[in-house]
Design a protein around this ligand. Structure first.
Ligand code: NAD
Ligand code: ZN
Length: 419
């Protein structure tokens, strides 16, 4: 227990679990953005008290070039003089680990933890491994985690950072396309629990996200295509220009590791990131309503991923979900056959699947029931109403089993004929 008195303010008792190395520091306290007020007299009697709990309200997403160059100042600046723990995965470590460590030599980075982090292993066990490493290196409340990898890595690191000493800072360096335009730029982190996708998680915004498209050069094409699925999501749901860009450039970009044409790659990243942040900004903690355009492609896909033992890539499951949602929209007369065809064509030219065997009526029914549970009682299935426009189907009555069955049959026979 420690006590610090601020000018004209009350004593602050903080962190009964503080370790001796923290005791002398007032860094946490002085970094508070607002001055302490008080003491205020206690009311004689009260039945309820409103308690304001302002949280971190801002973080930055930076587009960087040559982040790992020896003078890669964006990361060095973000870390400052804090003790940091780098968390990465075997492939990223093999490809970029030594360059990253050479850069971090100029910082107080204490260790690199290489986690076997895959969708199949994305669990509390890996969160515990990160927490244990932080403890063994004596990370204090100013300590910092750096996630260096794809969405699985940043999910684990985000959740770990939220738990260590009730919350330490974290910086993300996403190295996959999904990481750069989706998983790595939001506030959330989660792991799978008892075969339930992302069941245990948190909202714990990063301090900074440093995006360097050069990492995408080493990313296998299948993963690039998976990332493009998230860009397609934004294109269909809200940005017709992004959709058109993808129609004309997605194949080239995937084949070149997002290197060529460079301007198109940059525009794709910028449009996708902007769209994501613009959506998140309106409802960062998902407590301002349950109508979220970013849920497009994310209603049936979690159940599909789980049913396939997480053996399908996230973006592939999202693509299948989008194809089914578009088929439902077509059956309801919300989009024309031409628009449906454009959507399916874009998914196919991007080498994304539009159907998988476990996608059956029962899985869809379960997924819609789960969506209702997760979205405050309303189904809020996001379906396209054109290119660049989507609507929410709120109630299960709007998507009867007969419509689901018809859409599934239609999509599966198209997929078979097209393969
Ligand atoms: N928290 C969120 O808001 C959020 C949002 C969307 C997705 N997600 C999660 O993100 C995960 C998917 O992310 P992902 O697609 O990045 O998967 P991933 O993290 O598993 O990475 C995919 C593969 O790419 C490899 N890799 C990473 N960077 C590389 C590089 N530069 N070069 C070569 N190989 C590289 C990894 O080793 C891995 O095998 C899912 O678990 C999903 O649930 C989270
Ligand atoms: Zn997603």
């Amino acid at each position: 227990m420690r006590s610090t008195t601020f000018e004209g303010a009350l004593a602050v008792n903080d962190d009964e679990g503080a370790s001796p190395d923290e005791g002398a520091s007032t860094d946490n306290l002085t970094s508070l953005p607002t001055a302490r007020i008080g003491p205020r007299p206690a009311p004689l009697e009260w039945a309820s008290i409103a308690m304001d709990c302002p949280a971190r309200t801002r973080y930055e997403v930076l587009l960087c070039h040559s982040l790992l160059r020896p003078d890669g100042s964006a990361l060095l600046e973000a870390i400052g003089d804090r003790r940091a723990l780098l968390v990465t995965t075997p492939t990223v470590d093999r490809l970029h680990g030594s360059a990253m460590r050479a850069l971090l030599e100029k910082t107080n980075t204490v260790s690199t933890l290489v986690l076997d982090a895959r969708e199949e292993t994305k669990s509390m066990a890996l969160v515990e491994a990160v927490v244990a490493e932080a403890l063994s290196h004596g990370l204090n409340r100013r300590g910092l985690l750096i996630s260096f990898g794809g969405g699985v890595c940043s999910d684990i690191v985000t959740l770990s950072a939220s738990l260590i000493r009730r919350g330490v800072g974290h910086i993300r360096v996403p190295t996959t396309l999904i990481g750069q335009i989706d998983a790595g730029i939001g506030l959330k982190g989660a792991v799978n629990f008892r075969a339930k996708k992302s069941f245990v998680g948190c909202f714990h915004p990063p301090e900074q996200v440093l995006i360097d498209p050069a990492f995408l050069k080493s990313l296998p094409r299948r993963f690039l295509a998976s990332g493009v699925a998230e860009a397609i999501k934004m294109g269909i749901a809200r940005d017709v220009k992004l959709f058109e860009l993808l129609e004309s450039r997605s194949l080239e970009l995937i084949m070149s590791g997002f290197d060529e044409p460079a301007a198109a790659g940059r525009e794709l990243l910028q449009r996708s990131i902007w769209a994501m942040l613009d959506e998140l900004r309106q409802n960062p903690y998902e407590d301002q309503g349950y109508e979220r355009l970013v849920d497009f492609g994310h209603t049936f896909s979690p159940a599909l991923e789980a049913a396939m033992g997480f053996g399908i890539h996230h973006g592939e499951a999202v693509a299948i979900d989008m194809a089914l949602s578009a088929t439902i929209a077509r059956s309801l007369g919300l989009i024309s056959s031409e628009v449906w065809q454009r959507i399916v064509n874009l998914l196919r030219t991007t080498s994304l699947p539009i159907f998988a065997r476990p996608l059956e009526l029962q899985l869809c029914r379960d997924a819609l029931r789960e969506a209702c549970r997760h979205r405050g009682g309303s189904m809020n299935l996001v379906v396209p109403a054109g290119i660049g426009r989507a609507v929410f189907l709120k109630s299960r009555d709007e998507v009867p089993d007969s419509l689901l069955e018809e859409s599934l049959a239609c999509l599966s026979s198209y997929a078979v004929a097209d393969s």
